[in-house]
Design a binder for this molecule. Sequence first.
Ligand SMILES: C[S@@+](CC[C@H](N)C(=O)[O-])C[C@H]1O[C@@H](n2cnc3c(N)ncnc32)[C@H](O)[C@@H]1O
Ligand SMILES: Nc1nc2[nH]cc(C(=O)O)c2c(=O)[nH]1
Ligand code: SF4
Ligand SMILES: [Mg+2]
Length: 251
Amino acid sequence: MTTTRPEAPEQNEPLKTILQKQVAGFAPGVYPVNELFETIQGEGVFTGQPAIFLRLQGCPVGCPWCDTQHTWTLQPSDQTSAGEILVKTSADTRYAVQSSNDIVNTFKQRGFTAKHVVITGGEPCMYDLRPLAEVLEEAGYRLQIETSGTFEIRTSDNTWVTVSPKLEMPGGLDVLASAMRRANEVKHPIAMEKHIEALDELLIRCPVKPETIIALQPISQRPRATELAIKTCIARNWRLSVQMHKYLAIE
Ligand SMILES: C[S@@+](CC[C@H](N)C(=O)[O-])C[C@H]1O[C@@H](n2cnc3c(N)ncnc32)[C@H](O)[C@@H]1O
Ligand SMILES: Nc1nc2[nH]cc(C(=O)O)c2c(=O)[nH]1
Ligand code: SF4
Ligand SMILES: [Mg+2]
């Protein structure tokens, strides 16, 4: 296991600056892993697919409704061992720094049978995912990433890219436009009409490929958000993504 420890942040530095410095401290092919588990994909096109989830630590985007706010920070004091990550029973800020080979070996040691790997976060595209994709694909896994489109997407050509666009993006419009062009799937969290209007506007400014699937995902299972998503999906011929794992109370 790699024991790289990022430098401690100075006081009052913005989260984005702290994260950028700490991310730069990781060697290529080494990642801070917040969670690693096998479950059923509960979101988007692959809903129902058995999958291994790899949750990377760190995200500077700050969506107010984010359901994984414990992944935002990357505090050196939160670094722990790989063993501790595997026995986690609740969401917390701890992470283990692992190489791509550590990760694939863990999949094998745990006896995971799924061949679909979902890399999520936090924001996984803060990291260059190409070394990890190479190791995983070589070992016979298919990759999917969940990303906000706020960082350049660095992964294999075969990766299924799910973009959940964050419109007030720190990366700027060029980065988001490139993510939208690369997207196999756009999965947009919504609660109100204005979120659908924002998506319409975005699709004009940042077009997707004709085959890209568009899905609406109600924020936090709110009934009004779900009703709006259902109505809009039927009217637009878009997909509905309901975070099935939350209804089933599984990981
Ligand atoms: C937690 S994010 C991590 C990956 C990446 N940062 C992103 O935003 O795509 C994974 C997915 O969960 C969605 N999400 C986060 N919080 C949610 C919530 N409260 N309700 C519905 N979807 C949510 C995000 O939009 C994204 O599609
Ligand atoms: N079962 C399950 N499916 C998911 N799809 C996307 C998830 C995420 O947090 O990115 C997620 C998750 O946390 N659990
Ligand atoms: S970009 Fe993703 S992880 Fe980051 S705050 Fe938004 S939903 Fe959460
Ligand atoms: Mg989740």
